[in-house]
Design a protein around this ligand. Structure first.
Ligand code: HEC
Length: 208
């Protein structure tokens, strides 16, 4: 069993104000209004990150093929994430995470683990999951999560290693000897984009 931390979580669009963890009520529940507000602030940031990464990945694949695209992801994914954050005036913090991470820098923290478990369970038990999730992690921080699923484009670097470009396979084993992020099929749950939103931003919006 995974250890659960005390935190209050809401997932939008299915059950408003679902409480994920029912331990000490030291953190207030996410209200539906707060959930909406967090989504309003964070969704464009998550979309911008994905647009940027997939755009750069596709361009690199077209220009230099799979091994160059692999190096681009490896060298640039986190710096590009910082660039997208800077474009948002540094108010939001962005991350991609997964239980089966390739880059240890993307490993989940406890709050992210709880949401990964939530999505895995929903997909397993109901065959579908909400399109986003909102969580309060502290007095000062709320988080918005967007699930990521594997598409055809992803298989070249996250699919069956046997079917990978041999150069990609070589760079992969050199750079990520502990890699957990292969063996995926199209449609599989790959992980989350997480956007941290300061509670002050959520409150400011509410007061307007
Ligand atoms: C050309 C190779 C390549 C392709 C194609 C690719 N990735 Fe990755 N991916 C990587 C590399 C390298 C990393 C590790 C570096 C990083 O992103 O921090 C990574 C990391 C990730 C992470 C962060 C968690 C982790 O494992 O470190 C996610 C999430 C992810 N990829 C999802 C996807 C999805 C979804 C697609 C398809 C839209 C995709 N990737 C396509 C190479 C690729």
């Amino acid at each position: 069993m995974k250890r659960r931390r005390c935190m209050r979580t809401t997932h939008l669009l299915v059950v408003p104000a679902l409480v994920l963890s029912a331990c000490e009520p030291s953190l207030p529940e996410v209200t539906p209004e707060e959930g909406e507000r967090v989504a309003q602030i964070a969704e464009p940031a998550a979309a911008e990150l994905l647009r940027t990464l997939v755009g750069r990945l596709t361009a690199a694949l077209n220009e230099g093929g799979p091994s160059q695209a692999f190096e681009l992801c490896s060298d640039e994914a986190i710096p590009l994430t910082r660039t997208v954050e800077a474009g948002l005036e540094g108010t939001l913090s962005l991350k991609r995470t997964s239980f089966r991470y390739r880059n240890p820098a993307n490993a989940p923290d406890e709050a992210e683990e709880a949401v990964l478990v939530f999505f895995e369970r929903a997909l397993q038990d109901e065959g579908e999951a909400p399109s986003s999730f909102v969580q309060r992690v502290s007095q000062g921080e709320m988080r918005y999560y967007k699930p990521l699923f594997v598409g055809e484009l992803c298989l070249g670097c996250h699919g069956d290693p046997e079917s990978m470009d041999p150069q990609v396979r070589r760079i992969l084993s050199e750079r990520y000897p502990e890699d957990l992020a292969t063996g995926y099929e199209v449609g599989a749950f790959r992980g989350l984009v997480r956007v941290s939103v300061p509670v002050t931003m959520v409150e400011l919006g509410g007061a307007q």
